[in-house]
Design a protein around this ligand. Structure first.
Ligand code: ADP
Length: 262
């Protein structure tokens, strides 16, 4: 750890970016990327066109290109900076835009750290109010690299009500505290199952108490209990974050068509 701290640059903000927030989870598959994409789109609706960015920092399993319906490779502008791709009014960057084909990425920790540096510092992100960063599951080189090199405004912890997810989320939150990243709150995903035929809710993963306890232990709140709804997954798979279905997002939808993926 001491060696790594010496070899990494000091915390320097990304030019023109006001806030950087991480979306983290202890375990994979709890809906972290889904929450990241929807949070970014919702913030974009609030703050305006191109005021919010979404960085997919999961270099091993990028899912943001699919969820944001984006493909292609970024243009390079002066200063050798990459230009984020745009959809739904968000500036988006992902390892998925840089590694062609579907082969696995096999990298050592240092290469991951280099990639994270590239995706943060070598991208023309600014001006942005908020950059939402979808991190890989667990705690590892990506989190360490982000926390040590960027001033982070905070992190959201995404979990489900299952014991294994909660235990892993707790470890993740402890790690974030250790590297002095403020925890903003807990998102309890798949809290109830909503039957798509009859709209009846049932608690298949247990009660919401576990997430509440977790939040309480870190002095924060459960910011949202999101139901498990097959429509959320289906929309995600077709590149349409579910918040776009919200009435307030109509404006953004039509604007994003005007702007396209320029
Ligand atoms: P993670 O980033 O934690 O690995 P994802 O966001 O990729 O998780 O979600 C895993 C799968 O579960 C995806 O197929 C996604 O569409 C689906 N999913 C996530 N949240 C929900 C939800 N609330 N209801 C239904 N499906 C969901």
């Amino acid at each position: 750890e001491a060696m790594m701290a010496r070899s990494l640059p000091k915390q320097v903000s990304i030019p023109g970016v006001n806030h950087i927030i991480l979306v983290s989870s202890g375990k994979g598959g709890v809906g972290k990327s889904t929450v990241s994409a929807n949070l970014a789109v919702a913030l974009g609706i609030e703050l305006g066109e191109r005021k919010v960015g979404l960085l997919d920092a999961d270099v091993f399993g990028p899912s943001i290109p699919t969820m944001m319906n984006l493909e292609g490779s970024p243009d390079i502008v002066e200063g050798n900076k990459m230009v984020p791709l745009v959809n739904y009014g968000l500036k988006v960057m992902s390892m998925g835009f840089l590694v062609p084909g579907s082969g696995p990425v096999v990298w050592r920790g240092l290469m991951v750290m280099q990639a994270i540096q590239d995706l943060t510092k070598n991208v023309k992100w600014g001006p942005l109010d908020i950059l939402v960063v979808d991190t890989p599951p667990g705690t590892g080189d990506t989190h360490l690299s982000l926390a040590q090199t960027l001033p982070l405004s905070g992190a959201l912890v995404v979990t489900t009500s299952q014991k294994v997810a909660l235990n892993a989320a707790r470890k993740g939150a402890q790690m974030l505290e250790k590297v002095k990243v403020p925890i903003i709150g807990v998102v309890n995903n798949m809290s109830t199952f909503i039957c798509s035929k009859c709209d009846t809710p049932s608690n298949i993963f247990g009660t919401n108490e576990g997430a509440q306890m977790l939040a309480k232990d870190f002095g924060v709140k459960v910011l949202s209990n999101i139901p498990l709804d097959p429509r959320i997954g289906e929309l995600s798979d077709t590149g349409q974050p579910v918040v776009l279905a919200h009435p307030e997002s109509k404006q953004v939808k039509s604007r994003s068509i005007t702007f396209g993926a320029s």
